[in-house]
Design a protein around this ligand. Sequence first.
Ligand code: ATP
Ligand code: MG
Length: 212
Amino acid sequence: MGILTLNDICFSYGKTPVLKDISYDFEKGKMYCICGKSGAGKTTLLSLLSGLASPQSGSIEYDGKNIKKIDKYNFRSKYIGVIFQSYNLLTKFTATENVVLSMDIARVKKVNKKQKAKELLLSVGLSDAEAERPILQLSGGQQQRVAIARALSYNPDIILADEPTGNLDKETEAEIMNIFRNLANAGKCVILVSHSPAVAAFCDQKYELTKI
Ligand SMILES: Nc1ncnc2c1ncn2[C@@H]1O[C@H](COP(=O)(O)OP(=O)(O)OP(=O)(O)O)[C@@H](O)[C@H]1O
Ligand SMILES: [Mg+2]
């Protein structure tokens, strides 16, 4: 059994069903791609996986425990790192400050947070000077890297990303995918939502959602 498991999930918005009887299993050390046409329910599934929404039936288990029984705050700020399509970075703050704030929220202790933030940003390809710039003075690809560093700041087991390379050129897409591959090789469970066949081909396993 994997680190994250969906058992017969059903989800509707009001009377409109979106997901029906979904059972997926996600293991550590692997990369997954959730794909499907526009409106198939990919972002909805990501909200369920990250604990932002709950299924009407079925269960989601993290490390064998129903996530309903896990404190939501801990789950979302410690066990799972989410990279949103719109990055959701605090634009008035620098890249380093964004990563430090995320460690504060997760109540990370006993580390020099600023130094750790810089190391993380360096590991995803941001220079020292870029790390000190406010978010709005960074390019889209650089902001994507900050969002990844932020998701890694509290060392979660699971990384979830919605269209992580949606706005990037092919070369930057390949660099970002390599960052995810290294994370999976280091034992993380990496779950990507993407339309891109190139992203799906790079992953170890693909789950295809169909519109119902
Ligand atoms: N808050 C909401 N209330 C009602 N219906 C919604 C809501 N959010 C999404 N939907 C509907 O649920 C379905 C699935 O939406 P979702 O955003 O999960 O699709 P998606 O696969 O991520 O699509 P895309 O590739 O376009 O991002 C769509 O038909 C959408 O219109
Ligand atoms: Mg979507």
